[in-house]
Write a protein that binds this ligand. Structure first.
Ligand code: 2AM
Ligand code: CA
Length: 265
């Protein structure tokens, strides 16, 4: 296995084990509101600190982009970290959240790990070497039609200006697909597309740390990932659509009529 992936896995497990021990302590946590509907606790911050410590101990020259502490260092290697994706779920004891860690080199995704500490499921990928769940190879589904597809999504609950456009998309997918799930952790939704548990996924306004690891895991599992124009800028625009290769074009086509000017890509 790639040494850098190994370190990422060590960091994700350390953070995940810490987070799962804190589940019994949720009522005592001090929770801050970063902005409307955007919460953070000392668990997010502690988990992030542990991850960064492990990564920088192995690779002191690498740079960091992390949800709670922002950027540090300058290097062609950058770790993109979400210490606790699905914070709202965690704070309610709803057992569906994950640690997400990706490594880019010169902006290209190289390594990725997503760890669900409650189910002890570890999704991982290295560029060019396929994707795994607990060391077993995973693949996207081969579902051909939206009609029989199970799709994942997230609500743009912070970016309220996109709500009307989102409802149009939801309406379309809800009526055309078999069903739609909204589980509250974008990182796990992406991991589930890679593992063939969901046929596709779309969301507006995500942050790079929500998507980076999941995007590489999906690509290595044979899926396609794009922005709303089907291009590669989703880490910048925050708008992401992903599916197996047979459904991807149909998902893009269905999104098209709902794209307002600031959702074109
Ligand atoms: P978080 O739990 O780390 O905040 C919920 O839809 C999922 O999307 C979560 O993974 C949440 O991450 C993420 N998310 C991040 N920014 C968001 C935004 N502006 N609107 C909706 N969801 C967002
Ligand atoms: Ca997140």
């Amino acid at each position: 296995m790639q040494p850098m992936l190994n370190i990422a896995i060590r960091a994700a497990r350390a953070a995940g084990d810490y987070i799962s021990r804190q589940v019994n302590n949720i009522p005592n946590l001090q929770v801050e509101t970063k902005s409307t509907n955007d919460f953070v606790s000392q668990v997010d911050r502690q988990a992030e600190a542990r991850i960064i410590e492990i990564l920088l101990k192995a690779y002191p020259d690498h740079s960091i982009l992390a949800e709670e502490s922002g950027t540090q260092g300058e290097s062609e290697y950058q770790w993109i970290i979400d210490p606790l994706d699905g914070t709202t779920n965690f704070l309610h004891g709803f057992p569906h959240f994950a640690v997400s860690i990706a490594l880019t080199r010169k902006g290209r995704l190289e390594q990725a790990v997503i760890y669900d500490p409650m189910k002890q499921e570890l999704f991982a990928a290295s560029r060019g070497e396929g994707a795994t769940l607990n060391n077993r190879r995973i693949r996207v589904t081969s579902q051909k039609t939206t009609q029989s597809a199970l799709l994942g999504t997230g609500f743009p609950f912070r970016a309220k200006q996109h709500f009307p456009a989102y409802l149009g998309m939801f309406n379309d997918f809800f009526q055309s697909a078999a069903d739609v799930r909204r589980a509250g952790s974008a990182a796990l939704d992406l991991a589930y597309v890679a593992a063939g548990r969901l046929d596709g996924f779309w969301e507006i306004g995500l942050a790079p740390w929500d998507m980076a690891a999941g995007a590489l895991i999906i690509r290595e599992a044979g899926g396609l990932v794009g922005d709303f124009a089907g291009n590669d800028t989703y880490l910048q625009t925050g708008n992401i659509v992903t599916a197996n290769p047979k459904l991807f074009a149909d998902m893009l086509r269905r999104l098209q009529p709902h794209l307002t000017r600031d959702l074109q890509d």
